[in-house]
Design a protein around this ligand. Structure first.
Ligand SMILES: [Zn+2]
Length: 512
C-alpha cells in the first residue's frame, strides 16, 4: 500500500480553538478520508504547540504551571475533534517525552552537520508575539517612533542574549533551486512566488535558542538555553513518526503540510532548510490556506467576533459546517463566513439538489417498485450520458483532491447531482409508471439509485455522518463511514437487480 501523510500545524495552546483551527483540521480530515478510500496507508497528524514564553507568562499570571494550562487547552481540542468527525491517527503534544526526544535528536544532527553555532543576538523584541523585529522592519511598518510591534502594536524592547544560530543563509541557493525545480512544492502559486522572492532577497541566519524563559526543550549539553519555537514546533512532523528511530520513518516525507498563510515562511523556508541540513527528504507539498472574516469583518479578540467552534456546533451539524467551509471559498484564498451564505448554500446545494434527488428517487422506487431495483434491459442515450458523467466525476474529483481544490471537487459532484435531477425530469418515471412501461421505468430508477450511491461515496469524506446515513438508505444495511473504498465500491453497477432500498428519510431539511 502506498503511504499518505497529511498534517495540520500544531496549534498554540495560548489560544482557544477558533474557526481557523477547525478549517485546517477539517481540510486535512477530508484529504485523509479520501485517501483512505483510495486505499492508501494514511497517517493524519494534528496536535498542539505547548512551549514558549507566552504560555509560561499566561500560566504564571494564573498561578499555575505551564503544563496545567496546556492540559486545559489540549482537553478542549481533544473533545472538539470527535464532534467535528475528525479522524486523526495521532495527536502530538510538544510537552511529550517522544517529542522532546525527537527535538533533541534533531538538534544534535544539525550540530553534527555543522549547521549550528553560538553567538549573540540583539534586536527589538515583542514579548507577547515572541518575535524579534529589526529597525528596518519597525520603520517600514511605521512603528519606529512609538517602538511598537508591527503585529500587535504593543511595546517592543531592545534585548540582547546569547543564542545559538542555524546557518539558514547557507541553504539559500539550494532552496531556490528546489522551489524552482518543484512547481508543486508550495501552493497556491501566489504563495510560492512570495516565498521565492523572500529567499532570493537574502536569508539571515536564524536564532534558534533562548535564555529568557525556561518552558521548552533544553538545548542538549547547554540547558541554560531552551530550543526556540521553530526547531521545536516543526520537528513535530517527524517526532510523531518516532524520529529519530527509525532513521527514516515510514511515512516520511509528508505528502502535504496544510498551514495558514501566517506560518508559510517557517514551513516553506526554515523547515526545508533544516531537513536539507540533516539530509532528510523534504515534504512533497506545503499548502497555505487563507483567512476568514466573519460577516465581512476581521475576527479579533477585541471585537469579540471570533467564531467559536462550540457556538457553531450548537447551530449547525458538523457535516454542514464541513461542507460550507470547503465549498464556499477556494482553498488558498481568503473568505468570508456569512450566515446568510451558509443558509443559501445549504438550501440550494444540499436541500434542493442532493436531498431532493435522494428523496424523489427512493420515494418513486418505493411507490412503483416496493423499493426493489429491477434489471436494466437496455441502456438509452440518456442513461449512457449519466454513467459517463458519473465516471468523469470520479476521475476529476480525485484530481482535485490531489491539488487540494476542495471547492472544485464539490462543484463537480454537484454537477452530477444536477444532471440526476434533470434526468428525472427528462425521463419522467411517473409517466412511465402510468403507461405501464415497466422495463424503462426499472432502468431509469436503477440509474438514479446507482448515481446516488456513487455521489454519496464521493461526498463521504466531506460529510461522513450524512453520507453514511444516505448510503444506509440506499444499501439497506447498517454502514460505517470507514468501510468503503473507491476500488471495491466505486464501480458502476455494483447494486444487483432485486436489491431492496429503504424508504427515504430526509437528510437535509430546509433551513429557515
Ligand atoms: Zn507583538
Amino acid at each position: 500500500m502506498e503511504n499518505y501523510y497529511v498534517t495540520t500545524p500544531i496549534y498554540y495552546v495560548n489560544d482557544e480553538p477558533h474557526l481557523g483551527h477547525i478549517y485546517t483540521t477539517i481540510a486535512a480530515d477530508v484529504l485523509a478520508r479520501h485517501q483512505r478510500m483510495s486505499e492508501r496507508d494514511v497517517f493524519f497528524l494534528t496536535g498542539v504547540d505547548e512551549h514558549g514564553q507566552k504560555v509560561q507568562q499566561a500560566a504564571e499570571k494564573r498561578g499555575i504551571a505551564p503544563i496545567e494550562l496546556a492540559d486545559q487547552v489540549v482537553e478542549r481540542y481533544q473533545s472538539l475533534w470527535p464532534e467535528l468527525q475528525i479522524s486523526n491517527d495521532d495527536f502530538i503534544r510538544t510537552s511529550s517525552d517522544r517529542h522532546k526526544a525527537g527535538v533533541q535528536a534533531m538538534w544534535r544532527r544539525l550540530e553534527n552537520a555543522g549547521a549550528i553555532y553560538k553567538d549573540f543576538y540583539e534586536d527589538w523584541y515583542c514579548v507577547p508575539c515572541e518575535a524579534y523585529w529589526t529597525e528596518t522592519q519597525l520603520k517600514d511598518a511605521d512603528c519606529w517612533d512609538a517602538k511598537h510591534c508591527p503585529d500587535c502594536k504593543r511595546a517592543v524592547e531592545k534585548i540582547q542574549e546569547e543564542s545559538y544560530f542555524f546557518r539558514l543563509s547557507a541553504f539559500q541557493d539550494r532552496l531556490i533551486e528546489h522551489i524552482k525545480a518543484n512547481p508543486d512544492f508550495i501552493a497556491p502559486a501566489s504563495r510560492r512566488n512570495e516565498v521565492l522572492s523572500f529567499v532570493e532577497s537574502g536569508l539571515r541566519d536564524l536564532s534558534i535558542s533562548r535564555t529568557t524563559f525556561s518552558w521548552g526543550v533544553p538545548v542538549p549539553g547547554d540547558d541554560k538555553h531552551v530550543i526556540y519555537v521553530w526547531i521545536d514546533a516543526l520537528t513535530n512532523y517527524l517526532s510523531a513518526l518516532g524520529f529519530p528511530e527509525p532513521e527514516q520513518p515510514a511515512h516520511w516525507p509528508a505528502d502535504v503540510h496544510l498551514i495558514g498563510k501566517d506560518i508559510l515562511r517557517f514551513h516553506a523556508v526554515y523547515w526545508p532548510a533544516m531537513l536539507m541540513a540533516v539530509e532528510l527528504p523534504l515534504p512533497k507539498r506545503i499548502f497555505a490556506h487563507g483567512w476568514w472574516t466573519v460577516e465581512g469583518e476581521k475576527m479579533s479578540k477585541s471585537k469579540g467576533n471570533a467564531l467559536r467552534p462550540a457556538e457553531l456546533l450548537e447551530k449547525y451539524e458538523a457535516d454542514v459546517l464541513r461542507y460550507f467551509l470547503l465549498r464556499e471559498v477556494p482553498f488558498g484564498q481568503d473568505g468570508d463566513f456569512s450566515f446568510t451564505s451558509l443558509k443559501q448554500r445549504y438550501n440550494t446545494e444540499l436541500a434542493n439538489d442532493v436531498g431532493n434527488l435522494l428523496n424523489r428517487s427512493l420515494a418513486m422506487l418505493n411507490k412503483y417498485r416496493d423499493g426493489v431495483l429491477g434489471a436494466v434491459a437496455e441502456e438509452s442515450e440518456a442513461d449512457r450520458a449519466l454513467i459517463a458523467d458519473v465516471e468523469a466525476m470520479q476521475r476529476e474529483v480525485a484530481a482535485c483532491m490531489d491539488k487540494q481544490a476542495f471547492h472544485l471537487a464539490l462543484e463537480r459532484i454537484n454537477a452530477v447531482v444536477r444532471h440526476g435531477n434533470r434526468y428525472v425530469e427528462d425521463n419522467a418515471p411517473w409517466s412511465l409508471a402510468k403507461q405501464g412501461e415497466n422495463a424503462r421505468l426499472d432502468s431509469v430508477l436503477y440509474h438514479l439509485v446507482e448515481t446516488l450511491r456513487l455521489v454519496a461515496l464521493q461526498l463521504l469524506p466531506f460529510m461522513p455522518e450524512k453520507m453514511t446515513a444516505m448510503l444506509g438508505q440506499i444499501l439497506n444495511r447498517k454502514v460505517q463511514a470507514d468501510n468503503f473504498s473507491f476500488s471495491a465500491d466505486g464501480g458502476w453497477g455494483v447494486l444487483a437487480a432485486g436489491h431492496q432500498c429503504r424508504k427515504p428519510e430526509p437528510l437535509f431539511p430546509r433551513m429557515d
